[in-house]
Design a protein around this ligand. Sequence first.
Ligand code: COI
Length: 357
Amino acid sequence: MSPDIRTIPAQHVAASRISELDYNNIEFGKIFSDHMLVADYKEGAWQNPQILPYGNMSLSPATSALHYGQSVFEGMKAYRDANGDILLFRPLDNFHRLNMSAERMCMPAITADIFLQGLEQLLRLDAAWVPPTSGCALYIRPFMFATDEFIGVRPSSSYRFTVFTCPVGAYYGQPLKVAIEPHYVRSAEGGAGFAKAAGNYGAALLPARQMQERGYHQLIWTDAREHKYVEESGTMNLVFVIDGKLITPPVSTTILAGITRDSVLQVARDLGYEVEERKVAVEELAEAYKAGKLQEAFGTGTAATIAQIATIHFNGEDMDLPAIEGREISNRVATELDKIKTGQVPDRHNWVHRISL
Ligand code: COI
């Protein structure tokens, strides 16, 4: 991040709300830090970046994003190290992915100056909100949406980019029961499944709720053509351990290129485990389970980090996987990744961006 970009103007809160925060009891996504970063795109350029007190925005009922879904977002996290510095995990990757999503949704790219320098300034201002507690982090939500006051269907000519943050604990409170989705489709080749576009999440809600009504926390999406290969689970990428090897579907136009997924695979390779990125047929999982070779399954995501899967439902049967405590590979990778994010071990891949206060 370039140190010579001019400072973004900031309007500070009159009184911080931080005293309302109980670090030992943080629910995901409900408590927001004091400030937010805002910039507007008009007449072909990003303008007027500023930091404001976190608060409501006033929008026209005709705001184009509300009707036609030009809206993309990111999820990233910051941690605190033993010296109290803030460690941002892979912010450049989130920056690039946001712009990839924006391109797919016919939206302009946000500039590195606004995204990265704005974020650094925002985090310095709200540093007290980065939880010192193990297992917690500051979740960062950058997003961009179309703001034309116009209900004809066309790409908007104006956009708003915003970043707000919230201290968070675990996204899932327990190991997950998931079920293979045999009917609904999240994404098809040529679609926008790889983009972090708001509509992808909205369209997933009904199938997920139906699975929840059947007693499962989440579903496992399968490919749109045949429902034969696994894709993602809810808001996470998927990794299986079969016969000592980590196996995960390759990223494609239908699967989000998860930054946690990539980090997990890299750390696993660094620890000497074999990793295969290839199509995973549901039948392969069922056969591995029957043969006692499906040892571990977990989801990866920024919010979820590594979410253990206890049970996979397929074809009328619950496949109950081995106990979480005995899962050597995912537990080891999760611990190592956590140490990297919090500065306890060397950062050999240059993933961590340190903000010294
Ligand atoms: C993330 O992991 O950051 C996500 O995007 C999931 C979110 C929808 C809660």
